[in-house]
Design a protein around this ligand. Sequence first.
Ligand code: SF4
Length: 407
Amino acid sequence: MQTLPNPIQTQSPSSPTVSTTIERRKTRPVKVGNITIGGGHPVVVQSMINEDTLDIEGSVAAIRRLHEIGCEIVRVTVPSLAHAKALNDIKQKLNNTYQPVPLVADVHHNGMKIALEVAKHVDKVRINPGLYVFEKPKADRTEYTEAEFADIGDQIRQTLEPLVISLRDQGKAMRIGVNHGSLAERMLFTYGDTPEGMVESALEFIHICESLDFYNIVISLKASRVPVMLAAYRLMAKRMDELGMSYPLHLGVTEAGDGEYGRIKSTAGIATLLADGIGDTIRVSLTEAPEKEIPVCYSILQALGLRKTMVEYVACPSCGRTLFNLEEVLHKVREATNHLTGLDIAVMGCIVNGPGEMADADYGYVGRQPGYISLYRGREEIKKVPEDQGVEELINLIKADGRWVDP
Ligand code: SF4
């Protein structure tokens, strides 16, 4: 009798055929101040202050607060020429009292003059193709002729050219930031309210930049609905591949809201794309203080193994076998070790399944028998200690291994 080969027996468990590392899409490096987006650099974390940029002191303090907790590029809004000029003072004050921080300025409706002014003071200018040359939609319009379409295209080119030349000559960057909610009327007529319309909007601006030999471009295609945002970014990556373009992508879900759902919604959009290798910089937009956005960004990147900025804790959910108060112990272990960036520490409720499920953590704290826990280094059981000495002995073990640093 012929026996069918068992595929499990033909593979060694130590030589997996499926990669567990995210393969990032290859993108060109774009410099924004002293930070590089794309080109294989770590995914960059961004946020935005909500101070009025005319308030120089307040803006400098807010930028500094964000930068100190890990925001690598800070965005400011410039609704008027006065705001754009204020960026000069903000930049100077940061340089004099703190350090240079990569800044990006957001330019909105018909913002050509503002963009030209602010381009002198910041490292990147963000424009929205739907608003840069803004025409009030005509309520009675039933069609867009080819001539009308091309005419606005010419206006866009003329308006964009000086900004592109200024950024190109200063070695600065531009984000072409398309928003699903503010597509230009003629894009809506031609492509509808769709990911295709978003992608074509971005491509129209990219072509103008390229015709002027300007390539320091980052693209975003944000939407408040996750499936729309996912489709737009995926289509953009595909179209760029077809066209031989490799611009980095800035990921975000707009108007994600606040609290738990805001975080989950942002994560659903951003992490899904990052897991596919798409995305070079991220912003989690929350209706909360901007400082609250940074930990979410880092948690997404850490969970995907893209950046390691904190201790990775592995903990079982606890069950009937659990031999101690897992929530309490995990809290204690975290309090004692959360400054040891780079380590993986497991807290597992029982010896039956715990050691096997610690996912190759560097250290393990495992329930051994009532009143006792075992400490592990990797997969090796090092010692059994009374539960009330568990955390202290874990610290001693890390110290003995030379991997402890004082908080
Ligand atoms: S490791 Fe043990 S205590 Fe924790 S969930 Fe698994 S079986 Fe339960």
